[in-house]
Write a protein that binds this ligand. Sequence first.
Ligand code: FAD
Length: 423
Amino acid sequence: MTQDAQVIVVGAGPAGSTVATYLARAGVDVLVLEKTEFPREKVCGDGLTPRGVKQLIDLGIDTSQEAGWVHSRGLRILTAELTLELDWPELTSYPPYGVSRTRQDFDDLLAKTAVKAGARLLERTTVTGAITDERTGRVIGVEGKQGPEKTPVRYHAPLVLACDGVSARLARSIGIETDEKRPMGVAVRRYYKSPRHDDPFIEGHLELWDRKDPRNPQLLPGYGWAFPLGDGTVNVGLGMLSTSKSFRNMDYRALMRQWLDSTPEEWGYREENAIGRIGGAGLPMGFNRTPHYRDGLLLLGDAGGMVSPFNGEGISAAMESAQLAAQFVVHALARPEGSSRERALRGYPLALKELMGGYYRLGNVFAKAIGNPKVMRAATKYGLRINPLIPLIYKGLSGCYDAKGGDAVDRMISLAARLMPSA
Ligand SMILES: Cc1cc2nc3c(=O)[nH]c(=O)nc-3n(C[C@H](O)[C@H](O)[C@H](O)COP(=O)(O)OP(=O)(O)OC[C@H]3O[C@@H](n4cnc5c(N)ncnc54)[C@H](O)[C@@H]3O)c2cc1C
């Protein structure tokens, strides 16, 4: 059988472009198949915490403001009763700033970085499923449709990486399904022209109310955000967890309008300042699709359910999984095909568990707890008033802590994550 590449990467979002860059730089022949054409929009909050910025720096990307990134110095948390401004923590592992940039630009930049490194990118190529070896069941390539004519195509490689996001079509084609017991999220967002476009803080609004029954309003497990983009606009949106009873029958667009109508008029989050439609998508979290390696197929980013159950951030985890996957794939390819190569590949899910497993298990417990409106109410009403708890809540929820060393708070989070049986 002819091989089209050493590795096929399906999807050129943050996971796919990052892994393709690392692999190409290591001299691996990589073919990236992407269903859209860059530059293109992707529904997202467009915000990265310092954890995500580290990934950009690791890739060698210039994250300065001159290079087009909007920097945040921290997070402003708002409830009905208080407002807290918290600078990003000073850490060994992560820089002291976050960034925002529209995914239209961001994904284009990452895809160009991969191509510059030597990856071959084929756009307008939609993968419909895996090709498996009839005898062994191993994934040996992918099939799909290409171009406006939807020409059927098949590509072969000894290793395939599923980076196709929340749809996870490739993983599902070999029977790797979602674990419905794990939490999911839904998020919606829209752009608004606003005088707050150059606010140095990103914002989290912790009070989203379900007022369908006006006599018994329920505080929802989620938050609204405002991520300034520095160009006259702000990315405003909200996300909510599946652990709430209201999750399935919620009209998220109506919830967003209701929340924004309660914000001060001068912020500008009103219909007349809106740009484009309200877009939304699912947030696959807490490792809700496993195994992350099986039969020649590795799952990265959203395809492997890697959004944080604590805060809905998924770009950093997508890029972290890409960094790990590249290391294991390079080593696997340096070994003879067969059991030795398999052993190297089995290291990938183990390394992922070590990096995120305990933290995500903790997050899944957290998501379940705040699904109860009473717990959510107590957390927003009292938790943020207890000063010694604030660094713990802040670092824990943002994922910005030093997993090794660090201060007492960092050690407490690391210990809790280590003691948790891995997700
Ligand atoms: C409203 C909203 C707001 C969010 N805000 C944030 C935020 O502010 N910060 C943050 O870190 N995360 C945020 N997230 C989560 C974040 O968007 C994802 O976690 C992240 O994009 C995952 O990256 P990925 O590379 O795994 O997948 P994706 O970014 O989804 O990339 C998948 C790629 O694969 C392509 N593709 C899909 N199917 C196929 C196929 N069959 N064949 C070929 N190509 C295919 C897609 O076109 C896409 O380019 C948000 C999500 C939503 C819905």
